[in-house]
Design a protein around this ligand. Structure first.
Ligand SMILES: [Zn+2]
Length: 186
């Protein structure tokens, strides 16, 4: 499903449906990207549009139904794409109230490493190594989890998980009426 934007030089705005908790695509390990081609660049643009529309700060390919190891993010410095990412190093601890665009309305404080060093490819196939501190590090780890079929719910303490399941049970989702995402949703 796409729609044509009116933003002239920005071209077509192409948002995709974000897959929600319960969709099996979210619990499988995504495969390596093998072709860095125009189709991948188009997917990246559509994912960035979808992320901004949500709104969110990160989005992994499985969240739009594509089982490939790729994610996009924007922590305030413009959209970035990481292909076939791996975590080189993660250190320290940082607690952050984390949300997921695939689990609308559920936010929990989760402790994860504070500083995360990632290696991957950009859309041109150039190797990139990036260090993310605090929120960027959190984006990296959250999106990496998506590529491995791991959801935020899997990272919760037992009592948090119980509360999350209660929230999810009490939400009545009609198509297109998901609770609005907040800043921290990934
Ligand atoms: Zn997520």
């Amino acid at each position: 499903m796409g729609r044509v934007g009116t933003a002239g030089t920005l071209g077509e705005v192409n948002t995709q449906e974000i897959r929600l908790f319960g969709d099996p695509v979210l619990t499988q390990r995504a495969k390596e990207v093998t072709d860095l081609d125009g189709a991948l660049a188009r997917l990246s643009r559509a994912m960035v549009d979808t992320m901004y529309a949500a709104p969110g700060a990160g989005l992994a390919a499985p969240q739009v139904g594509v089982q490939r190891r790729m994610f996009v993010y924007d922590v305030g410095e413009g959209p970035e794409t990481m292909v076939n990412p791996e975590v080189l190093e993660a250190r320290g601890t940082w607690t952050f109230e984390e949300g997921c665009l695939s689990i609308p309305g559920v936010f929990f404080e989760i402790e994860r490493p504070k500083v995360v060093t990632m290696r991957g490819l950009d859309l041109d196939g150039n190797e990139i190594t990036l260090e993310g501190d605090e929120f960027l590090g959190r984006v990296f780890l959250h999106e990496m989890d998506h590529l491995d079929g791991v959801l935020l719910l899997d990272r919760l303490e037992p009592d948090q998980r119980k509360e999350a399941m209660r929230i999810l049970r009490e939400q009545t989702f009609a198509p297109g009426t998901a609770a609005p995402a907040a800043h921290g949703a990934l």
